[in-house]
Design a binder for this molecule. Structure first.
Ligand code: FE
Length: 331
């Protein structure tokens, strides 16, 4: 199990910088920007101005939600990326997705800094520094005038429970999907309140490895998540994914309501009708009962063990496949 007879070496090619020279999507005339924005916001966003420190309305703001571009509404940061930097401007340690913000060298005022702009409209946001106190090491120093706030509506959150072989793989991919708030590895299908990895590995319990995907339905649909699921795992091999063999590696969807069940059935029927796979789809549908979260060392396994042979040979290709097939759905 999880034994890899040979090792592939994969070279990840990051193309985040390739968009730098592409024109931004929202291009308005100066006259229209002036009509659309307050004079203060125009000065910051369109003339690369800076608001006075400790003057912005979002400096001490702590609500749960999204910070968006005040020029075009593009989501830039999640509230959980905000931290108190004591620099006088709202600060974040991570942008919401690789494609939300662009960077460029700013040599104004006799300094060399990294300017950050909205990738959608080109609006000036602030600067990026490498002195952040969190694990990202980044400090996005942003003008409140460049931002608006969109509260998180908890009722938009939904959960999908997916079994597609080793949970390390499925979790690693769904962690990268836009709109996914949390992907947690766990076990479901059995009746016991608790179960261990070793017990599940025996293949003798009714538990299988799954990933609980919590997502914001205003950002991504259940159908899009199912399409990703059926792309990154093989739904035609019974109780098996590649070299991982056993009941616990069953391809399965645990639905939480009738709507999810109907959607999963329709999705499988469509894949079968379109003959996407050479063999019949064996994915099973079950009503969801309860999740036993997997042990801590299984959570974010790929992130914690990037040099592990299994991660390189099995998980990375699935991540690559997702990136290639669903570029627009990557965080
Ligand atoms: Fe913008």
């Amino acid at each position: 199990m999880k034994f890899i007879p040979y090792l592939f070496i994969f070279f990840a090619v990051f193309s985040a910088c390739s968009q730098k020279n592409e024109p931004v999507k929202v291009q308005l005339t100066d006259t229209i920007w002036k009509q659309k924005l307050s004079p203060e916001a125009y000065y910051v966003l369109r003339e690369k101005g800076t608001e006075k420190p400790y003057s912005g309305k979002f400096l001490f703001h702590k609500e749960n939600g999204y910070y968006t571009c005040a020029g075009c509404g593009n989501r830039l940061f999640e509230s959980n990326a905000k931290f108190d930097s004591h620099c006088g401007w709202p600060s974040f340690d991570e942008q919401i997705s690789a494609s939300s913000i662009r960077t460029q060298t700013d040599r104004s005022l006799g300094m060399v800094r990294t300017e950050i702009t909205c990738a959608n409209c080109g609006g000036h946001l602030g600067h990026l520094f490498d002195d952040g106190p969190t694990e990202t090491g980044k400090r996005y120093c942003v003008n409140s005038l460049s931002l608006q706030f969109e509260p998180m509506n908890e009722s938009h959150l939904d959960t999908l429970i997916l079994g597609g072989g080793c949970f390390w793989c499925i979790e690693s991919v769904f962690d990268e999907v836009k709109g996914v708030k949390e992907a947690t590895s766990g076990y479901t299908g059995g009746v016991a309140d608790q179960v261990t990895y070793e017990e599940v590995c025996s293949g003798k319990t009714k538990f299988i490895e799954v990933v609980s995907v919590v997502y914001d339905s205003t950002q991504i649909s259940t159908l899009e998540l199912l399409k990703i699921f059926f792309t990154i795992h093989d739904p035609t091999t019974l109780n098996r994914q590649g070299a991982d063999v056993g009941y616990q590696y069953k391809s399965a969807i645990f639905y939480k309501n009738d709507a999810q069940k109907k959607l999963a059935v329709a999705c499988i029927q469509k894949l079968a009708k379109d003959q996407v796979f050479d063999q019949p789809i064996v994915t099973e549908l079950f009503p969801f009962d309860h999740l036993v979260p997997a042990e801590e060392y299984h959570q974010d396994y790929f992130e914690k063990n990037p040099n592990n042979a299994y991660c390189k040979a099995v998980i990375q290709p699935k991540r690559d496949k997702f990136e290639k097939s669903f570029k627009e759905l990557k965080k």
